[in-house]
Write a protein that binds this ligand. Structure first.
Ligand code: AMP
Length: 222
């Protein structure tokens, strides 16, 4: 089986990119680099840039292509990611992919090109339930879902014992609708884009967390 080191995850919001990306990254011994997490980290600093980003995220809109390409390129080239990475949430539009392609063809990415685009396929009906039921430990950041991944003891984080849980500010019914629209209009065209490059594989993302990660293992080898 081919060996993949640099994988881009594609799929609608709520398809499980974050969850499956973390499992896959651990198996591969690399980091998951989440575009959304990088942006939320900037928002937390309270900087002017953070405020601009928050305004976009809260409406479910994409931030500027130049900004996210810059942040992700930096992360891809960081020494700690020299052996590979999983990219969750980038690229998210053809514009981003084309800007990144030019950079990827430069000398810094010699031998470090994206070698797989893994599409986690989930029909629209699943998405609202998956997004609206999720929360995150306020202390350590572990993600949970009230139905699909509850804590073992009600109200207590399995990992750190924290008792406070937070929902993402953009995980609201209103924002989900615009995030889905953005996905269909801006992100879904990346499916044929990566298909044309011969990099695309699809996995059915509708089963349990375990079932999907086993399917990914069959396809990717990890
Ligand atoms: P996520 O955590 O992947 O669901 O992303 C949350 C939000 O961050 C998105 O709805 C966008 O507002 C923003 N975002 C994440 N990734 C990107 C990207 N590649 N390009 C532009 N905006 C992004």
């Amino acid at each position: 089986m081919a060996k993949y080191n640099r994988i881009v995850l594609l799929g609608p919001p709520g398809s499980g990119k974050g969850t499956q990306g973390a499992i896959l990254a651990e198996r591969m011994g690399v980091k998951e680099i989440s575009a959304g997490e990088l942006l939320r980290a900037e928002v937390k600093t309270g900087s002017d840039l953070g405020k601009e980003i928050a305004a976009r995220i809260d409406k479910g809109q994409l931030v500027s292509a130049e900004l996210i390409v810059r942040l992700m390129t930096q992360a891809f080239l960081a020494p700690e990611n020299a052996n590979g990475f999983i990219s969750d949430g980038f690229p998210r539009s053809i514009e981003q992919a084309e800007i990144f392609d030019k950079i990827e063809n430069g000398p810094e990415f010699e031998g470090k090109k994206i070698d797989l685009a893994l599409l986690i396929d989930v029909p629209d009906d699943y998405i609202k339930e998956r997004i609206l039921g999720r929360s995150q430990c306020a202390k350590c950041g572990t993600f949970y879902h009230e139905k699909f991944k509850p804590t073992k003891v009600a109200g207590v984080c399995d990992v750190c014992g924290g008792k406070e849980f937070a929902k993402r500010a953009d995980d609201t019914e209103e924002t989900v609708v615009s995030r889905l629209r953005v996905y269909r209009e801006a992100t879904a065209p990346l499916i044929p884009y990566y298909e044309n490059k011969g990099l695309l594989v699809r996995v059915d993302g509708t089963g349990s967390i375990n079932a999907v990660s086993e399917k990914i293992k069959e396809i990717v080898g990890y």
